[in-house]
Design a protein around this ligand. Structure first.
Ligand SMILES: [Zn+2]
Length: 371
């Protein structure tokens, strides 16, 4: 009996205090904290607008956000520019002094997705001469007072229009919370006390954000009927609401919340088709189970970088679709041809006959956000 009590006491003791260095704030109920926005440092109210391209007004065709479908993408650019203009106007109405815009979509178009000749001339595009990650590389203390996000989509598994997180078949979890891209932006800017104040997208994104970011002025622009279909609201009506809501968000931006991830953090990448993580199942040193890889990270940036690294692994699953496509296009010749090519690569390398194809000379170009 005595031993039982001692063991019980030990268990209770272990449960009551989280062991030092366990790195699992989620387990102790502190996955994140919400804070008042950092004070404005320069007397200029500067807002950064992220645009994505899946949660646009008037949009129900996935090809409108795909650069590989030029005719439909051209239509998507008009949706995008109209939505961004509505929000830019609203932010200025609400008291913003400067509005900057960055590409959070990455269509593959080397030019901005926005139609610059139709864009509100008061807004300025963020650009750099080198590749940068729009979510994490712009975050500096005092750079911005508030963040707005336009044309966003719900997270993987939410049943939203084009719902995903970061890329196809990927689900990011931070301290046990499956997060949307809007939350990734929020945790990145929360590092320097800057809140996300406005978002637009479909009804499923509205549901995704209602719990974790209730202070956001959110405009629902369509109802998702599947990942590839939606019922859009009348465009003029939705954009008028976007302008009003973004003005209100700006006027009230001091009452929004900056969200800071509890650190150290537990990060988890979860893969669903077409991505796949099962190739890691028997790799030593990897915490893998059921299409999930979990790791501890010292801070948000380390968690994000680790997740992005794992995305590269999970995208190995896309090869299954590539081989299905190859077989469909080349017929029965695909398998033997591929097998011969693999053998030739091996034999050529082993015989010193092969060297990697030199990458094309880097073109001098401007980057507006995600590629
Ligand atoms: Zn996105």
């Amino acid at each position: 009996m005595r031993t039982t009590i001692t063991r019980l006491a030990l268990v209770l003791l272990l449960m009551s205090c989280s062991p030092p260095g366990s790195g699992d704030p989620a387990a102790s109920g502190e996955a994140r904290t919400l804070e008042d926005p950092a004070a404005d440092m320069d007397g200029v109210l500067r807002v950064l607008v992220y645009h994505d391209m899946e949660g646009l007004t008037g949009q129900s065709d996935p090809n409108t956000f795909r650069f590989s479908h030029p005719e439909r993408y051209a239509v998507g650019r008009t949706y995008l520019t109209g939505d961004v203009n509505a929000v830019v106007a609203g932010l200025f109405d609400g008291g913003a002094d400067e509005v900057h815009i960055v590409d959070g979509h990455g269509s593959g178009n080397p030019e901005p997705d926005l139609l610059l000749d139709q864009l509100d001339g008061r807004a300025e595009l963020v650009s750099r001469n080198e590749v940068f990650d729009a979510y994490v590389d712009l975050t500096e203390p005092g750079a911005y007072d508030a963040i707005a996000v336009v044309g966003m989509h719900a997270k993987t598994g939410s049943g939203g229009f084009a719902s995903h997180t970061y890329t196809l078949g990927i689900d990011f979890l931070l301290n046990g919370m499956a997060v949307t891209e809007t939350e990734l932006v929020g945790y990145s800017w929360g590092r320097v006390g800057v809140p996300v104040i406005f978002a637009s997208g479909d009804d499923r994104l509205a549901a995704d954000l209602a719990g974790p970011m209730p202070w956001i002025e959110f405009v629902t622009v369509k109802t998702a009927t599947s990942a590839s279909s939606a019922n859009p609201r009348p465009v003029d009506e939705a954009r008028a609401e976007m302008r009003e809501a973004s003005a209100r968000a700006m006027a009230n931006h001091r009452s929004a919340r900056a969200m800071r991830l509890a650190e150290p953090a537990t990060a988890q990448l979860h893969a669903v088709p077409p991505a796949d993580l099962s190739m890691l199942a028997s790799v030593p040193g990897i915490d893998y189970a059921d299409q999930r890889v979990t790791f501890e990270a010292s801070d948000f940036r380390a968690a994000y970088d680790g997740l992005v690294g794992l995305v590269t692994v999970a995208r190995g699953g896309y090869a299954a679709v590539m081989s299905e496509t190859g077989r469909a296009m080349a017929g029965p010749a695909f398998g033997p041809t591929y097998s011969d090519a693999l053998f030739d690569r091996w034999l050529d390398f082993e015989s010193d006959r092969w060297s990697p194809v030199a990458p094309p000379a880097a073109a001098v170009r401007t980057f507006h956000g995600f590629r």
